[in-house]
Ligand binder design. Structure first.
Ligand SMILES: [Zn+2]
Length: 436
């Protein structure tokens, strides 16, 4: 039984899907105008892990996982203008990079990846419906959602009106009836990407794309809606308002699942603060994707994750140990302790602790797979010569073997390292190493 924390209900509840043969999960995906940083990669890894758990529990084909691509947005338009290219040049480039980056972290492709630019008719239809119902209005080429028309607005973020207006840093625009109202459609000037609509040539606001694409691909009420904590307000609050008003009050999602930030020092990692580290940089430095994945899973998904070099080093050391423990075993059934930890609101730190303590190689391999780890062979992992972290791991394993009076194992480790040009030297204060 999987239990998940629901941000809207503010409680952990058993996850009982509406239809266990067709479980629906939607996660807000990237706006493709720049390279993803490691904080952007966290939701991709967290929800990939949740998808693996759901498929393990309910069956390989039980889950429809949608992650959208926002490929029309003012930041994209600005980037296209800056480079003097069509917006599609920007979006295709950065979508490709995004898929490469999260792919390197072992993130499997979602079942569907709807693109905003391909779904404009569905958005126009939903906007028209909201106008018809009195939840939206047209003004000066814009269509705005009328926040006062929805008495339940604020149900997710539980903010009062003034805090909501301040939190959204809303523009007080002359065409708005209320400062909290938000844009569903806006006009596109000459030479700016746009589509014909009943309200003139324009483009959608950001929030409507998710509501419209969820309805088009998954249904009116889905099982899980996910994303980063920063999306709770205003983005998810606005998605809820649009969808509930358009669908006669039906809830948009039964579980709202939000991951915490990746922090750099005391600050959230963010492009606007300029303190970002990207998977691309880390991979170029020689870190392996699985190391970054394990580092991202080492804190509970709802907790902040401080990103440090020590975190990455520890993840590498742990993977070296796991690969050594698994050897070239075939994956067996996952260990019950590991699945229990994951089923308890995706408790990955506890799952990793239990994984590290397993000694049956096929259980190690099978349990790690549920976390998206140990996806290559031990030989591939260690190929290319041992690096310093791996050598230290070997040395401590050899010390352990000697302590256990397993001198054959200790000698094997020494000989294997020698074959890679690493000489161990035993001294009074322990073992040191040098290159041959
Ligand atoms: Zn969204």
């Amino acid at each position: 039984m999987i239990r998940l924390y629901d941000t809207l209900g503010r409680e952990k509840r058993p996850f009982v899907p509406l239809n266990p043969q067709r479980i629906t999960m939607y996660v807000c995906g990237p706006t493709v105008y720049g390279r993803a940083h490691i904080g952007n990669a966290r939701p991709a890894v967290v929800f990939d892990t949740l998808a693996r758990l759901i498929r393990h529990e309910f069956g390989e084909n039980s889950l429809v996982y949608a992650r959208n691509v926002t490929d029309v947005d003012d930041k994209i338009i600005a980037a296209a203008v800056a480079e003097g290219v069509d917006p599609s040049v920007i979006t295709e480039r950065y979508e490709r990079h995004y898929l490469e980056d999260v792919g390197a972290l072992g993130v499997q492709p979602p079942t569907i990846a709807p693109h905003a630019t391909q779904e404009i008719p569905a958005m126009i239809a939903m906007i028209a419906r909201l106008i018809e119902l009195g939840n939206a209005y047209e003004a000066q080429g814009h269509v705005l959602f009328s926040v006062p028309s929805d008495p339940d607005y604020g149900v997710l973020s539980k903010r009062d009106r003034d805090a909501m207006v301040a939190g959204a840093r809303v523009e007080v625009a002359p065409y708005k009836r209320d400062p909290a109202d938000f844009v569903l459609w806006k006009p596109s000037g000459e030479g700016v990407i746009g589509w014909d609509s009943p309200w003139g040539r324009g483009r959608p606001g950001w929030h409507i794309e998710c509501s419209a694409m969820i309805r088009a691909h998954l249904g009116e009420t889905i099982d899980i809606h996910g994303g980063g904590l920063d999306l709770i307000f205003p983005h998810h609050e606005n998605e809820i308002a649009q969808s509930r008003c358009a669908h006669g009050g039906l809830p948009l999602a039964r579980f709202w699942v939000h991951n915490g930030f990746v922090d750099m020092g005391a600050e959230k990692m963010s492009k606007s603060l300029g303190n970002i580290v990207t998977p691309a940089e880390l991979l170029a430095q020689g870190h392996k994707g699985e190391t970054l994945r394990l580092a991202l899973l080492s804190a509970h998904y709802r907790s902040p994750l401080p990103w440090t070099e020590a975190l990455v080093t520890q993840a590498k050391t742990n993977l070296d140990k796991l690969y050594r423990a698994a050897g070239d075993a075939q994956p067996g059934a996952p260990d019950a302790g590991v699945t229990d930890a994951l089923s308890d609101d995706l408790n990955t730190p506890l799952a990793l602790t239990r994984l590290m303590a397993l000694d049956d190689p096929s259980a190690v391999k099978g349990s790690a797979a549920l976390l998206g780890l140990l996806q290559s062979s031990a030989e591939e992992w260690f190929r290319g010569g041992a690096d310093e972290g791996a050598i230290e791991t070997w040395i401590s394993m050899r010390a352990q073997a000697k302590k256990n009076r397993d001198f054959a194992a200790a000698d094997r480790i020494r000989d294997e390292l020698k074959a890679e040009g690493i000489i161990l030297e035993d001294g009074p204060s322990g073992t040191t190493w040098r290159k041959e």
